[in-house]
Design a binder for this molecule. Sequence first.
Ligand SMILES: Cc1ncc(COP(=O)(O)O)c(C=O)c1O
Length: 426
Amino acid sequence: MAPQTTLDISKRDQTVNLGAGPSALPTDVLLEAAQGILDFGGTGMGLIELSHRSGTFKKVIEKAESDLRSLLDIPDDYCVLFQQGGGTEQFSATALNLLAYHAIANPDYVSKHKGSTPPCDYVVTGSWTAKAIKEAKRLGINARLAVDARQHNDGKFGVIPPVSQWTLSDAKADKSAMLYYCDNETVDGVEFPSPGFPIQDLPEEYRKNVPIVADCSSNILSRPIDVRAHSIIFFGAQKNVGPSGVTIVIARRSLFDVDPDQGVPNGGPRIPCTLAYKNAIDNGSLYNTPPMFSIYTSGLVFADLLNNKGGVNGATQRAKAKSEAVYKVIDESDGIFKPTVKQASARSRMNVTFRICQAGQDQPDSSLEDEFVKRCSAKGIEQVKGHRSVGGIRTSLYNAVSVEQTQLLVSVMQEFAQQIRQEKKN
Ligand SMILES: Cc1ncc(COP(=O)(O)O)c(C=O)c1O
């Protein structure tokens, strides 16, 4: 006899999941995914039980790619790759692939530069870019700090210095292999102010010649991005896209015709076969077994955003409305809620980070923060504790969090601040 299949999701309706990732996904999408992993399209088999080389899965991955292309206006000369290894693996994959291309395009670079390899410039505005440059250095890459935002803010993240204060490599003499940045720093709540990374402020020579790489893991699909201005844009799925497991890479095709089986000449790095973009390009992301569930569900999220939720423009408007509502409570709390990001224009629309202080005090009070977490939970608002490395509170307002759900957070925050003021008076 077939087991009982009725799912109980009544508690889900009463829960507001503000986790930073893995995070909330649209309920309709998850219901469709649940059906698909049990019996996909009446085949009697779940999608994740089928061969990844079956015609059925091929259609799924092609549809996901095509919807993402529509959402982000991705031109034909860019490929869309479904990779594994998370955002973390792209820390090395981006640099290795671009250094290999650089070696092929500039055969006499190493001899002309006295044996040194080309620089990779990093714009460090938070914990994830700090990790990316650390990994590059660990691999022996000539990684250079274009800017470390902590040096402009008493050792803490929370500002984005203007391009005029960065130290970029010399595009002509050094021929940098890439400029790497993270559009939204998930842990620190720092995001490049809209419309995004200030590419137009880079020196013209640099902008035209140095490949630009963006980690958009935690804000992709929440505002438009100029794909053509980048060489690589990557994002792990587990925030605005889908379940963890897949990392999507959008890359300018012409830069990655680097065959790892031939080795890379001219002092370029060898690239592990699963990291070489060419292998993914040549095999339609099926070089080895892909994370099928994550790709499938991400595809459902793309279709839902495209067909039912006004695409990226719809998401942009909602992200603005939601984050502005929460920052308004913070700004009107008389210092009870203290934003961790000093530069107001760099406050993230996705991850709102703040500390909580007693009325009239400047120092955060961790017992008040614990009480706030409990208060949220009592109202059905979950996963608001800040990242373990920085503490405090982090409320993540990703695409699947509705304006109404954000309103509930706003009212809990207002009541909490009121209670603190009242306690001070008594
Ligand atoms: C902006 C950003 N980059 C990279 C990563 C690393 O991703 P993963 O844990 O999938 O390796 C994360 C993870 O949350 C992130 O938020």
